[in-house]
Design a protein around this ligand. Structure first.
Ligand SMILES: Cc1cc2nc3c(=O)[nH]c(=O)nc-3n(C[C@H](O)[C@H](O)[C@H](O)COP(=O)(O)OP(=O)(O)OC[C@H]3O[C@@H](n4cnc5c(N)ncnc54)[C@H](O)[C@@H]3O)c2cc1C
Ligand code: FES
Length: 514
């Protein structure tokens, strides 16, 4: 056994986290409940330095996209990380902290049970964030029957969030993608099936594929995500006009960008703005046009939306807000974009980010299917007997208020996948997390915790010009959501605090995060 002394116990305070080196390995050394622990120092999701996050009640929350890990074991508790942290045995000798590196890290084998004669079949329709998390959870929980993970895309499940960021900019992000390699699915007997499901008969527990074949199931999860809303204007089918949802879409945009000089992005939501920034980073002239007064106005309000406008304008992006696009023109290839006020913008690449519609056409005759395509679930993400929904399609009751919401957030989709999987195995676990998403512009991230479709007031702590701030969205006197820029550690605390309590007054929450 090779032991390494990494410090004195008395020097490490409760909930303190510190990076130490042992034999060339960087470890996160931390104390919780009076005990010292050592785990890997970087987050397996995208490489964040975990000591810059928060340690509370034995749980380390990552400063970047808020994955959470159990300090004592390294086990991941919350996504977007899909892997555990390596964990190293620690002992105290004569007041010194001694870490042992040569023993096997206390990894949790995702498959604790091999095939055990269980004849059940769980079908997961959708191999994205929610579906992949569900499949992994089923095996982690020891389910021994068949797990069939169905997706349209002929590639390993990947991180969709990088498409509008690093795939378009060509810069390097740290996100692990594909989510797992091919051997992971083989090792854990997750059957990956490429195909289009055209119908799901939940009462008969059977689904049908486009080629007419069928699959019977004992329980099924629908996690089919969203389809980008199409551009419904003349010229939408010209070459060089793109939507963005899949890796294939992103690759097509990059090909067009390679021969383009001027890009027009239609839509000033998250994906439109991220795409605008990435294309700018790639060196194109970029214009953004949208009908609203400020980017992200509906999601964040005009003041915070204008923070994004300034960030992009400083990088050279032009905005044409308050206008609708009326047509795209060109001979074969798009050459210009016409606005309803007569403005003409030259363009050899157009990306439309107009939002999504839930992909639920395959569901017939269920009262839970709403006009907007969302599927209503109960708190356990159950749609009806044997059928669950997760991710972008799920209209679920928000913990605390009970308000039924549908959100399009990567981390929520992965959390949903996990909860739905546990419930397909016979548990009754409600989805009680607070929603969280991030968006990245020129390598800087906005974090958003909570859910506020409307608000009475936004209280800002910080400087919107710099920018560096927390923005608290209040309705009926309570904090419904918080957006944070350059406030990683505080946002990691806020996610923790708002998960525990839903009735925060702004003064109390500000005091609690310090
Ligand atoms: C470009 C982009 C950037 C984003 N950036 C962020 C971000 O920074 N932060 C954030 O929080 N969220 C982000 N999101 C949103 C996030 O990616 C989604 O919320 C998340 O992917 C939803 O997961 P899901 O499992 O519901 O659906 P998806 O991940 O979309 O997976 C759906 C799966 O269903 C399959 N499928 C659909 N219909 C069928 C069918 N009929 N038969 C078989 N298979 C089918 C698809 O092939 C796919 O595998 C981004 C989204 C996009 C498109
Ligand atoms: S780097 Fe830790 S959650 Fe993304």
């Amino acid at each position: 056994m090779v032991d390494h002394v990494v410090g004195f116990e008395a020097d490490l305070g409760e909930n303190a986290m510190r990076v130490v080196e042992a034999d060339g390995h960087k470890l996160l050394l931390a104390k919780s409940g009076g005990r010292c622990h050592a785990v890997g120092s970087t987050c397996p999701h995208a490489g964040a330095p975990l000591h810059e996050g928060v340690l509370h009640d034995g749980v380390v929350t990552c400063p970047w996209h808020k994955a959470a890990f159990q300090l004592a074991t390294g086990r991941r508790l919350e996504p977007p990380a899909v892997d555990d942290l390596p964990s190293f045995p620690v002992r105290i000798a004569d007041g010194q902290i001694v870490v042992s590196l040569d023993e096997q890290p206390d990894r949790i084998d995702p498959v604790r049970h091999e095939a055990d004669g269980d004849t059940r079949c769980i079908a997961i329709v959708g191999a994205g964030a929610a579906g992949t998390a569900a499949a992994q959870t089923l095996r982690e929980e020891g389910f021994g029957g068949r797990v069939v993970l169905i997706g349209r895309e002929d590639r390993l499940p990947y991180d969709r969030t990088v498409l509008s960021k690093y795939s378009l900019s060509g810069k390097k992000g740290g996100e692990k993608t594909p989510l797992q390699d091919a051997s992971f699915y083989d090792r854990h007997r997750i059957e990956r099936k490429i195909g289009e499901v055209t119908q799901i008969a939940s009462a008969m527990r059977r689904l049908t594929f486009a080629d007419g074949s069928q699959l019977g199931f004992d329980a099924a999860l629908l996690a089919t995500g969203g389809r980008p809303r199409p551009l419904d204007i003349p010229g939408h089918d010209l070459d060089g006009v793109h939507l963005l949802r899949t890796a294939v879409d992103a690759e097509a945009i990059v090909r067009t960008a390679g021969r383009a000089k001027r890009a027009v992005v239609i839509g000033a939501g998250y994906i439109g703005l991220e795409a605008a920034g990435s294309l700018r980073e790639r060196g194109l002239d970029v214009a953004v046009l949208a009908p609203q007064r400020a980017p992200l106005e509906k999601q964040l309000g005009a003041d915070i939306g204008n923070v994004f406008r300034r960030i992009h304008e400083r990088k050279g992006v032009m905005f044409h807000l308050g206008h609708e696009v009326s047509a795209l023109e060109g001979s074969g290839q798009v050459e210009r974009v016409l606005l309803n006020d007569g403005t003409i913008l030259p363009a050899d690449l157009v990306v439309a980010g107009l939002g999504i519609s839930p992909e639920t056409d395959l569901v017939y005759g269920l009262p839970q299917r709403r006009k907007d395509g969302g599927l209503e679930t109960d708190r356990c993400l159950r749609v009806t007997d044997g059928l669950y929904a997760a991710g972008d399609i799920a209209a679920f009751p928000l913990h605390g208020s009970g308000e039924r919401i549908r959100v399009e957030h990567w981390r929520v989709a992965e959390q949903h996948g996990r909860i739905a999987a546990l419930n397909m195995l016979g548990r009754s676990i409600p989805y009680n997390a607070v929603p969280y998403f991030w968006t990245i512009h020129y390598m800087q991230r906005l974090d958003y915790v909570g859910h506020a479709e409307s608000w009475d007031e936004i209280v800002v702590d910080g400087d919107l010009e710099k920018p560096e701030f927390l923005a608290f969205y209040l309705r009926d006197g309570l904090v419904r959501a918080v957006a944070g820029w350059q406030r990683d550690r505080q946002m990691a605390s806020i996610i923790d605090l708002m998960t525990g309590r839903q009735d925060w007054h702004v003064t109390a929450l500000r005091q609690a995060v310090g």
